[in-house]
Design a protein around this ligand. Structure first.
Ligand code: NAD
Length: 460
């Protein structure tokens, strides 16, 4: 299935199918979205079982952050697709009067969607839903690091769609590289900044537009003027959801020194409440995806003073939810995105320190600030560039399909969710339509002194 020739055969079939114009029909797309929704519901148990196999994902997390998010995306597209797909009228300008002007959303054509392993259902199927809504043919490449989920996704897609319309190609980085050798009309990639660079380089050869949903070190600021209990509860939840393997998880905390001690106590209280005193036996904590990532995370455990946690078990790919105090910003845990259940805490005495620390890893995918001080919150939101985030909460911004989801700089290019998912897979085609009467004679040569009129009326 995955040799160069086979990829080219599938691509040629998809190009031919796209050229028939069937996907331009909104009813076609609506029917395809309904098929996808039915398939997901039919495969519900297989998907959640696979997520348990790959990540030991708690059932609630599988539903809330994988299946429900995708079904919501599909439902929202189904509700709005006719409206989104209509040409949007815009006013004529002084220079184009009289004319009708509108923007037509047209599909790119054949698009490639590459997904990561941490939310292997959501991050494969939510972009797929957007690509279908916008009228594209799709080649979907799930992550090889969540193999049970990739296998179920393969069956789900193969039993639902003809391969000339939507194809899934499973495999590792080499397969992904093989795909990137080909010309697509759009590439939507979710994964690490390192691979994001490779994707963009490959796409550049064909000038293929890319959307890159990447990661980074997302800070979480805890001001002294705060409800400690609520802040601790929401941070512990957001950090240890999916065992910290979330692109928008709070990567590290910046805590006002004045409240550091009571804040540690509040976080410990919620760690015990959520996962018990031996979290290894908790059914509500996911596992690390594989031994390589486990070993990477284990080395971080020596990076600072452990305040809570610190135990691990390679056989279970288990790392205990860990809070760690950091005094040296050069320590290994502060160099890369952690992507695991380890939460470094750095304290500050002067609020200006916050900006310097965050600027060591600029343009994070997410930022969280907990404070009752409105002016402080406004300053943080204004002065620090980041993809998206929350005030007094974590993760939740990505669950609102009215908000665009994406990064900036090293955390990504472009965004999606809700209507943005339709737009990210559509080209905005500008159309100006004129009748045959009513023409301004001055715009045609010989121009004579017309420039004087232009200068007088338009150059101001
Ligand atoms: P990854 O970049 O290693 O892999 C992502 C995909 O790229 C996989 O399908 C993989 O097969 C493929 N791939 C791997 N190496 C490749 C190469 N050399 N050439 C071409 N393709 C290659 O990422 P991951 O480990 O699966 O996911 C973790 C990263 O993804 C983290 O950085 C995380 O922050 C980020 N992430 C971002 C979002 C988001 O929405 N912004 C969501 C989830 C994860």
């Amino acid at each position: 299935m995955n040799s160069e020739n086979q990829i080219q055969t599938i691509l040629a079939a998809q190009r031919a199918f796209f050229a028939t114009g069937q996907t331009l029909n909104l009813q076609w797309r609506i029917a395809a979205l309904k098929k996808l929704k039915t398939a997901i519901l039919n495969y519900e148990t297989e998907l959640t079982t696979a997520l348990t196999q790959d990540l030991h994902k708690p059932l609630l997390e599988s539903y809330s952050s994988e299946l429900v998010l995708v079904i919501n995306e599909i439902n929202y597209a189904l509700k709005n697709l006719k409206k989104w797909g209509r040409p949007q009228k815009v006013p004529a300008s002084l220079l184009t009067f009289p004319s009708q002007n509108y923007v037509v959303k047209e599909p790119y054509g054949v698009v490639l969607v590459i997904a990561p392993w941490n939310y292997p259902v959501q991050l494969a199927l939510a972009p797929l839903a957007g690509a279908i809504a916008a009228g594209n043919c799709v080649i979907l490449k799930p992550s090889e690091l969540a193999p049970a989920t990739a296998t179920v996704l393969e069956r789900l897609i193969n039993s639902t769609f003809d391969s000339e319309y939507i194809t899934i190609i499973t495999g590792d980085a080499a397969v992904s590289q093989g795909l990137l050798e080909e010309r697509f009309d759009k590439i939507f990639f979710t994964g690490s900044p390192t691979v994001g660079r490779i994707v963009m380089e490959k796409a550049a050869r064909y000038l293929t537009p890319v959307t890159l949903e990447l990661g980074g070190k997302s800070p979480c600021i805890v001001d002294k003027n705060v409800d400690l209990e609520v802040a601790a509860k929401r941070i512990i939840w957001g950090k240890f959801f999916n065992a910290g393997q979330t692109c928008v998880a709070p990567d590290y905390l910046l805590v006002d020194q004045a409240i550091k001690k009571p804040f540690y106590a509040a976080m410990q209280k919620y760690l015990i409440k959520f996962f018990g005193t031996n979290p290894e036996t908790s059914p509500d904590l996911a596992r690390i995806i594989n031994l390589r990532h486990f070993q990477r995370l284990e080395t971080y455990l020596a990076s600072g003073k452990i305040i809570w946690g610190g135990r691990s078990n390679p056989e279970q790919l288990y790392i205990e939810p860990t809070i760690m105090e950091i005094t040296d910003l050069e320590s290994p845990v502060m160099q890369e995105e952690i992507f695991g259940p380890i939460l470094p805490v750095i304290d500050y005495t002067n609020r200006n320190e916050i900006f310097n620390i965050i600027n060591r890893h600029p343009n994070p995918l997410a930022l969280y600030v907990f404070s009752k001080d409105k002016a402080f919150v406004v300053t943080i939101l204004k002065r620090i560039p980041f993809g998206g985030g929350c005030v007094n909460d974590t993760l939740s911004h990505l669950t609102n399909h009215h908000l665009p989801f994406g990064g900036r700089g090293t955390s990504g290019i472009g965004n999606y969710h809700g209507k943005y998912s339709f737009e990210v897979f559509s080209h905005s085609k500008a159309v100006l339509k004129k009748g045959f009467s009513c023409d301004l004679p001055q715009k045609y040569p010989p121009y004579k002194e017309t420039h004087r009129l232009i200068r007088k009326f338009l150059l101001k």
